[in-house]
Design a binder for this molecule. Structure first.
Ligand code: IPD
Ligand code: CA
Ligand code: CA
Length: 269
């Protein structure tokens, strides 16, 4: 059982905040006007820029300097087990396509896990001027402001967020799920950053969010922020959130949404 007052958690939180602040400033102030795609990953639309790589280098360099025994899992390649029981899970730039096009919804996402459990999450969204952060058991905040999910509306008045993967076959299925969902809810948003979507649930700016195909670095920090703001998070019914499916919602909406997503097959391609 984690003691929320533990000094180690404060240390990890402070380091994550500082690393995210520095990377956010680098991405905001250092974005070249002629920013180009450096390489592609799973498909031609799954892109990486030089700034994704520079931001991950900054974050891992800063954290390793302060905590050399910790492990890393970063989207742009950082991978080491460490020996301290702490592992940093990092998406240096979540929302790369928005960043490439100059849209404002992108973020730096940094989580610290202890023995596999997320204990700290920071999502820095520079173009919003907001930093969402949480420590296990201490609640979630945007800056100093405590975050709380919105009371669940009737299902047909819920505003949902979602996202789409980079593979054609997955997107076809995701579009089919959206086709069936949209007549049953208020509306659906596709913001372009899973980390920000999860924080928007925490802040009461979305009633719920779901997506198939996330990686640990997309969801680790934002899911803790959402939970600490009172959201429930999970995957298919009875399962934790994962690449198969991630759902986050106010408690009154979570069960019905999970059941409907199960029925619509949102968990498979
Ligand atoms: C992506 C974003 C997007 C989500 C994708 C992610 P990236 O991360 O979070 O909103 O729909 O599934 O891969 O590639 O911008 O780091
Ligand atoms: Ca991401
Ligand atoms: Ca990324």
């Amino acid at each position: 059982m984690t003691d929320p007052a533990e000094p180690l958690l404060t240390e990890l939180h402070d380091l994550a905040l500082e690393a995210a602040r520095r990377a956010g400033a680098l991405l905001r102030d250092g974005r070249p006007d002629d920013l180009a795609v450096a390489r592609t990953k799973s498909s031609p639309i799954d892109v990486v820029t030089e700034m994704d790589i520079a931001a991950e280098k900054l974050i891992t360099g800063f954290l390793a300097e302060h905590r050399p025994q910790d492990g890393f899992l970063g989207e742009e390649g950082a991978s080491s087990p460490g020996t301290s029981g702490i592992r940093w899970v990092i998406d240096p730039l979540d929302g790369t396509v928005n960043y490439l096009y100059g849209l404002p919804t992108w973020a730096v996402s940094i989580a610290a896990e202890r023995d596999g459990e997320t204990v700290v999450g920071v999502v820095e969204a520079p173009m919003r001027g907001e930093t969402y952060h949480a420590v296990l058991g201490r609640g979630a905040h945007a800056g100093d402001r405590p975050l709380a999910v919105r009371p669940a509306p009737p299902f047909d008045q819920a505003l949902l967020g979602t996202g789409f993967g980079y593979l054609k076959i997955r997107r076809e299925r995701q579009a089919e799920v959206v086709r069936q969902l949209i007549p049953r809810v208020r509306d659906i948003r596709r913001g372009g950053s899973a980390a920000v979507d999860l924080c928007d649930v925490a802040a009461g700016r979305l009633d719920a969010y779901y997506e198939r195909g996330l990686n640990p670095w997309d969801l680790a920090a934002g899911a803790l922020v959402a939970r600490e703001a009172g959201a429930l998070t999970g995957g298919r019914p009875g399962e934790p959130e994962s690449g198969e499916l991630t759902v986050a919602a106010s408690p009154g909406l979570f069960g019905p949404l999970q059941e409907l997503l199960e029925e619509l097959g949102a968990w498979h391609d």
